[in-house]
Write a protein that binds this ligand. Sequence first.
Ligand code: ZN
Length: 363
Amino acid sequence: MVETLHLAHGTLELPAFLPDGTQGVVRAVDAQDLLDCKIQAVQMNVYHLMQRPGSTTIQALGGLHKMSSWSRPIFTDSGGFQVYSLIRQNPRLGSINDRGATFQPAGSGRKYKLTPEKSVQLQMSYGSDVVICLDDCTHVDDAHEEQQASVARTVRWAQRCKEEFQRQVEGRGLYESQRPRLVAVVQGGSERKLRRHCAEELLATGFDGYGYGGWPLDGDGNLLADMLAYTRELIPPRFTLHALGVGHPVNVLACARMGYELFDSTMPTRDARNGRLYSYTLDPQKTRLSGEDWFEFIYAGDKKHIKQSNPISAYCDCPVCETYSLGYLHHLLKINDHLFPRLATIHNLRFMSQLLSNLRTIG
Ligand SMILES: [Zn+2]
């Protein structure tokens, strides 16, 4: 298992959780808040950024780091997940062929094209530390033929991404220590043969790291643990493997134990904004976590918290728990004050960074 990851904007201690700042911001919090939560890196998304604020604006504002005032590493997702979540779910929102994907977002009246080459060009022009190859993402329940076609396309696109990446590195005159890392995504749904084939082809092309692609949960919302564990076995331990989109605390724990080093998800921040707060039931600095009883959800809007003068969690050292009571947070949520999403997000992100710290130190 890889324990540290050296990137142009800093070194990550692994495993690490990356909040999703899909549109160039982790909603409701700023760069200083993220540092206060001990977040090491964030993940943004080229598909959303190319629409808003748009590539020329990002460049005019000095790239993603300068624009967001975040000086630590930024990973950028390629738009491959949106191939699944938008086009595959609703063909009226776009089309996909071997050349690339064309998105037609509802209500925008515009078309956005992403090819493997363009995805890499944009990610590098934005100043990303970790560039993710455009892939053809599927749902685990899609038919065999679709999974097979997705793997073939994902492998070809990854090869084209690498060629473009090398052109960009040479054209920009980047040294080895300055260049971003290039990560390829393993597809194949729930079929072991396809996962193996995809992993072998990608390993033969050669990348800096790999990701587990495809929706990581089954139809009932359960983690696809067998397939995630199998995919980890396919990728040699000297390479990082990123569990893309995994963010439920129990699932992060399970995947980290399998040997996954990187996680990103909108879940902890979206839950925070919706009033679902995470809380340890035991001291995460002293206890090896197992099962599901080590944490609980606290619903900030529940009226039982009206007069609660204690912080959200006795085991949390975040600025919110050091300063405010759960009863006050309940009040902020009830009056719909803008302060609530910020405070709730800070708390949930510190919960996540404490979880990853527990996994690094206790294991
Ligand atoms: Zn807290």
